[in-house]
Design a protein around this ligand. Sequence first.
Ligand SMILES: Cc1cc2nc3c(=O)[nH]c(=O)nc-3n(C[C@H](O)[C@H](O)[C@H](O)COP(=O)(O)O)c2cc1C
Length: 282
Amino acid sequence: MEQSYRFSVAPMLDCTDRHFRVLMRQISRHALLYSEMVVARAVHHILQDARADSNERQRRLERLLGCDPIERPLSLQLGGDDPKILAQTAALAAEWGYDEVNLNVGCPSAKVVQGRFGACLMAEPERVADCVAAMVQASGLPVTVKHRIGIDARDSFAELVHFVDTVASGGASRFSVHARKAWLKGLDPHQNRTVPPLRWDLVQQLKQARPGLLIELNGALKPWKLASRCWPGPGAPYPTMDPWRWTGSWWVEPPTAIRCVGKRWTGSCSASPERKPVPHRS
Ligand SMILES: Cc1cc2nc3c(=O)[nH]c(=O)nc-3n(C[C@H](O)[C@H](O)[C@H](O)COP(=O)(O)O)c2cc1C
């Protein structure tokens, strides 16, 4: 695995757009940057829309897939459950300059569950494996999967391992594990990021059980913890984090924190060697 992929900024809808990613890249040249989730069916509709001319089609694709080489290493996160449609979008990801495709198997929102993708796919590991295999074949890119440690009552360690083993057999290159289960009914997406107990230990256990797999840990990772000695460091699952969620003056500290994490995890620093601190605003 690339040194530069050892930590990452998590995918976030309405946040990790191309502008935010360029900003993050000014701060760290090491972090893998995930896009917002792009629904593969939306891309498919653009391609199928007979009323749109090629300029219009290109303009609409640009809004969903547009990126700049400066953002790399860059992962396009897709939502979907249809291997053919996902494969079509994954092939476009390669053309548009992404380094990998990531399948969202962690989103528990009602809209996503209604579309039969996101976290509910944890109940269908074979389908996820088929989707991954189709995307690998169509794109030639590494395909990774972001998922939970379980959903609803399907939350045993054995079920987690079965999910990961099955999806690995489809050719998944890395597993980004949000260390909480998701409840598909009764909790909204925000609650599903805060209410189910955090189980980093299960992700560590998964890494121990499957040392040959690349496992990324996600969920309540505080940059200062990752940057400090209390984090186990190399050998532990790779961290992926959400810098916006680091409370406090979030315009100021998260970027600095990402730099510190980079330093700790790669032994070097960010893209720009000199950066003056931004003054706090009250
Ligand atoms: C505003 C927001 C949008 C998010 N959008 C996505 C998304 O598009 N795809 C995804 O897999 N996860 C999404 N997430 C979940 C995060 O990637 C991450 O898994 C979650 O916030 C847990 O990490 P944290 O505890 O560090 O915040 C989103 C989270 C937030 C706060």
